[in-house]
Design a protein around this ligand. Sequence first.
Ligand code: ATP
Length: 237
Amino acid sequence: MTALLQLDGISAGYGNQTVLREVSLAVADGGMTAIIGPNGHGKTTLLRAISGLMPLKAGRIVFDGHDIGGRRPDEIVAAGIIHVPQGDMLFPELTVLENLLMGAYLPQAAAESGRRLEEVFALLPKLRDRRAQIASTLSGGERRMVGIGRGLMAGGRLLMLDEPSLGLAPIVIDQIYEVVDELARSGRAVLVVEENAARVADKAVLMALLDNGRLVWSGAGAELMARPEILATYLGA
Ligand SMILES: Nc1ncnc2c1ncn2[C@@H]1O[C@H](COP(=O)(O)OP(=O)(O)OP(=O)(O)O)[C@@H](O)[C@H]1O
């Protein structure tokens, strides 16, 4: 496998508190990789560390052959890593279109924003119909789609999604994962954080289980589903 992103023994945390402990992980150049694990065990922190939103205490992050540890968040976006944060974080008073265009704020992305917008509308046709609607009046599922669309507007080679299922009804979660799966099957590298392993087990090329900031297991989804002791110990299944 060609790794697009390679984490090499990374540790990170808040102040004196260490949250991530020596995590090593290879993310493939295409398809879905899933970070799973219970709440509060470091999944969001892992994405924040990759995005440059918090400093590393130890370890190396190599993306597309370059050591990106210590780079600023905007430099990491420019390098091709897009982070769609938990809970949408849209601009509530702006329209769908304005929110989408916010994703293309860096010069290179801005130059390609017309073409990208067409790609986003092709993947998420509902957003074309809703483009003039104010974000705060959208449903939860629609807001999530705008968040994903805004991330895609930035371009990038790796799309990181922090719990795209959070707070949505099961039927809407299925719709969101259909979109994520379509992106992954079209060859885009997607790193997704998900609390419920079963939701991604049949889609992910690799699942990585974080417990108390450590990577305690990784492997194929089918392998995990055949390990009831891991599911019971770490995921309360
Ligand atoms: N800004 C912060 N300051 C201090 N501690 C924090 C901060 N954010 C998170 N933590 C702590 O870091 C640990 C890991 O949190 P993190 O958000 O990474 O977990 P998670 O697995 O993503 O869970 P969730 O899905 O609930 O966000 C928790 O103990 C949390 O309390």
